[in-house]
Design a protein around this ligand. Structure first.
Ligand SMILES: *Cc1c(COP(=O)(O)O)cnc(C)c1O
Length: 431
């Protein structure tokens, strides 16, 4: 019998050459970003921390954005990424549905975050910026950015949420290896950080506070800009390479997807997979897009749609989004990338207009299916990605009960080889 190929590869020259911008295709225009007094933020007000090119992308009404040559070359280090039919998982679940995963774990950082890290480092370099600041939760974004700044020759300072740094000390080792400076947040190097430590010396830190620290520092230095790994429109734009490739790969496989599923922290890997399919959903296609979030940080399923700040101190503009409130303190679950109070304005608008759906999954089912995936596909998913996996498996089981198997595609946003402490806690160990 001939050996069967279950991975769908694309040749190098099939890397998308343009990103897809959903803004002109949204049913209603996104509300403007607002100042604390609820006045629209002038684009020039963002210029203190972002380069002009990214501000233009943030507000653009052009559908296609050509990917610069240097960024394409950087992406080609690992892209296109494979789309994999998870046949052994299907068998382990006992379902007739076809389950595929888009493997973003093959990037240099081990997650999809490298897609936007490379682009943002490039545009800041072009603008003459020497140094970047950012926050990182679980450390994937800091890792991706450290590699991207190494690639494009920039310095970088990373504020890593304290509890995550304690849980994942090896993330700092990688970032330091790549030449980045890493501080636990709250830190003593910023005013907001010192204030937070004065108030509560034992604070675990939050992503919202780490953003405040990174923004404060970028705003106070001319040679320094701030970069964000999720949430913003331009970040989702850079992530559309995921969905654009998936479309081509499904066509090669002769598949029409019934479900597109990704986990949701700030919305970038979900938006990257799903937005390229929205025009066909608007045209009546029945494919369903499903965002998977943790029950313990249920921004999309339990949050309210409102104008809220992206950070704790309120340095960022107010954005129209689903939010649990800036003072929401998520429990220290081991999916650091999903511990965020807010959501991307684009994903929020899509949910509000019912073009997508959201589901919350329990941490028990996340690790149950992560184990099943590891035991059948022999890949250890990042705990964040395991939320998408769990939602996919639950949906496949539901379809099986209904006698309606289908085609389900989820994003494996990252691998879990840096998250073994979470597996140690959640999967029984012998002594
Ligand atoms: C950061 C991260 C997420 C969550 O962020 P999104 O912007 O919602 O994609 C999910 N998975 C992995 C592996 C991550 O690193």
């Amino acid at each position: 019998m001939p050996l069967q190929e279950y991975k769908i590869y694309l040749p190098k020259n099939e890397i998308p050459t343009s990103w897809y911008n959903i803004l002109p295709d949204l049913p209603e225009p996104l509300g403007p970003y607002l100042t604390p007094d609820r006045l629209p933020v002038a684009p020039s007000a963002l210029a203190g921390i972002f380069p002009q090119s990214l501000i233009e992308q943030e507000l653009s009404d052009e559908r296609d954005h050509k990917i610069p040559e240097e960024v394409l070359e950087a992406l080609a280090i690992w892209r296109p990424t494979p789309l994999v039919r998870a046949v052994r998982l299907e068998k382990a679940l006992g379902v007739k549905s076809r389950i595929y995963y888009k493997d973003e774990s093959v990037s240099p950082s081990g997650s999809h975050k490298s897609n936007t890290a490379m682009a943002q480092a490039y545009y800041n370099k072009q603008a003459g910026i020497k140094r970047l600041t950012t926050e990182t939760g679980a450390g994937q974004w800091g890792t991706a950015l450290s590699i991207a700044t190494k690639h494009f020759g920039l310095d970088v300072r990373v504020f890593m949420v304290k509890v995550s740094l304690e849980q994942k000390p090896y993330r700092k080792v990688i970032m330091n290896l790549m030449g980045a400076e890493v501080f636990p947040s709250p830190s003593t190097v910023t005013k907001v950080g010192r204030e937070a430590l004065n108030k509560d010396p034992d604070t675990l830190g939050t992503l919202g506070l780490a953003i405040s620290e990174a923004v404060e520092e970028a705003a106070s230095r001319k040679d320094t800009n701030y970069v964000l790994g999720s949430v913003l429109n331009h970040v989702l734009l850079h992530q559309t390479v995921i969905g654009l490739e998936v479309k081509k790969q499904l066509a090669i496989a002769g598949e029409k997807p019934d479900y597109l599923i990704a986990c949701h922290g700030g919305g970038s890997n979900f938006g990257g997979l799903v937005t390229p399919f929205i025009p066909q959903i608007l045209a009546g296609d029945k494919v369903k897009a499903l965002a998977a979030e943790p029950e313990s940080c249920p921004t999309l399923t339990k949050g309210s749609f409102t104008y809220d700040a992206g950070d704790t101190a309120g340095f960022t503009p107010l954005m129209p989004m689903y939010s649990l409130g800036t003072d929401f303190k998520p429990p220290a679950i081991h999916a650091g990338g999903l511990r965020y109070h807010g959501a991307s304005p684009i994903v929020s608008a899509l949910l509000k207009s019912k073009l997508i759906d959201a589901t919350a999954v329990s941490s028990e089912s996340v690790f149950e299916f992560a184990k099943l995936f590891a035991n059948s596909e022999y890949v250890i998913p990042a705990p964040e990605s395991a939320h998408a996996l769990a939602a996919t498996c639950l949906k496949a089981l539901e379809l099986e009960k209904l006698g309606k198997p289908g085609c389900l595609v989820f994003t494996l946003s990252g691998h879990g080889l840096m998250d073994l402490a979470a597996y140690q806690l959640n999967i029984p160990q012998n002594d």
